[in-house]
Ligand binder design. Structure first.
Ligand code: 13P
Length: 343
């Protein structure tokens, strides 16, 4: 793919009112989500669940791309159509998670670095042949004030790996989603999240530039600037929107076509409201949209519960959630839309 083609794919991923569905949970992660609802994590159940989500009627009006997992990109819909083909037929871009997860950082005490660079060039070739147009790599940055986390060491290692992945993707014809996730699990306040996210973005963009990544052919997938879950004070929605915008304006080049947020453990309604408030202050130099996992899927998974009889209801729930999240991507969401009936 040429630089122009990469930029076109990146733009399509963040087209106004559309965003990305992250359905790329590793088998270990989806097994945890299934277990919470007593659903058996067999290969067929994982396939059936993804089939339910991806074939939700009308979802293509709101979803520009779907991130798949290695197992899922090789699976098919009930009628035998491979998932990447089925998505493309609906005008949805297939994507692929290419990192192999976060592991303990060497000579460190409990921080993490994301692995998956070995053999990545060859895996990218395989994924392109399977129909992938973009990829995702998630770096995890942990805030723990008592332990002095994150260390500069952890930020630098993760930023370096993100840039190596980004360059390999662009060389091989995939648009990289660059995801530096500052976790919201700490007891910190919003100021600490801002400071850590600022440092992280600065280092990530330094590495991306040093490793020749073309900003026009990538998407940034950041956390929002938010209070830690266990923090004594919890910032309100307007403050989250304002501090997140401040972070982006200070660190993200205007050449990046779009920023697609992760939800990171926020409830669906809260993640939607935060995105909406940011877009109500637009236009911005980049499209601001979503690349949510849990905030798009949680209600649909609960409705499905692993039973074929629940497929139609789960699809209604999934489409409705995608519609509200899409409204937030244009700043036209309001809380009362949460309780209205499905259409
Ligand atoms: P959440 O929106 O559930 O945080 O997932 C997004 C994602 O893809 C994390 O890598």
């Amino acid at each position: 793919m040429s630089a122009t083609e990469l930029a076109e794919v990146a733009k399509a991923m963040v087209a106004p009112g559309r965003g990305v569905l992250a359905a790329d949970e590793s088998n270990a992660t989806i097994t945890k989500r299934f277990a919470a609802l007593d659903i058996e994590s067999s290969e067929e159940n994982r396939r059936a669940y993804r089939d339910t989500l991806l074939s939700s009627p009308g979802i293509e009006d709101y979803i520009s791309g779907v991130i798949l997992y290695d197992e899922t990109i090789r699976q098919s819909s009930a009628d035998g159509t491979p998932f990447p083909k089925m998505l493309q037929a609906k005008g949805i871009l297939p994507g692929i998670k290419v990192d192999t997860g976060s592991k303990p950082l060497a000579l460190d005490n409990d921080e993490q670095v994301t692995e998956g660079l070995d053999g990545l060039r060859e895996r990218i070739t395989d994924y392109v042949a399977l129909g992938a147009k973009f990829a995702k790599w998630r770096a995890v940055i942990i805030i723990d004030e008592a332990k002095g986390f994150p260390s500069d060491y952890a930020i630098r290692c993760n930023a370096h790996a993100l840039a190596r992945y980004g360059a390999l993707c662009q060389e091989g014809g995939l648009v990289p989603i660059i995801e530096p996730e500052v976790l919201m699990d700490g007891t910190n306040d919003i100021d600490t999240c801002f400071d850590v996210s600022l440092k992280t973005h600065q280092r990530v963009f330094l590495e991306l530039a040093a490793q020749r990544v073309d900003f026009t052919g990538m998407i940034l997938k950041p956390n929002m600037v938010i209070s830690g879950k266990g923090g004594r004070t919890q910032a309100g929605a307007q403050e989250v929107a304002d501090r997140t915008l401040e972070l982006l304006y200070r660190t993200v080049p205007a050449a990046v076509p779009g920023i697609a947020f992760l939800s990171g453990g926020q409830s669906a309604a809260v993640a939607t409201e935060h995105l909406d408030l940011m877009n109500k202050q637009g236009p911005h130099p980049w499209q601001l949209t979503f690349s949510y996992g849990r905030a798009l899927q949680d209600d649909a998974l609960k409705a499905w519960k692993g039973a074929p009889a629940n497929v139609a209801e789960a699809q209604k729930v999934a489409s409705h959630r995608a519609k509200l999240t899409s409204a937030a991507a244009t700043g036209s969401y309001s809380r009362d839309m949460e309780c209205r009936m499905w259409h």
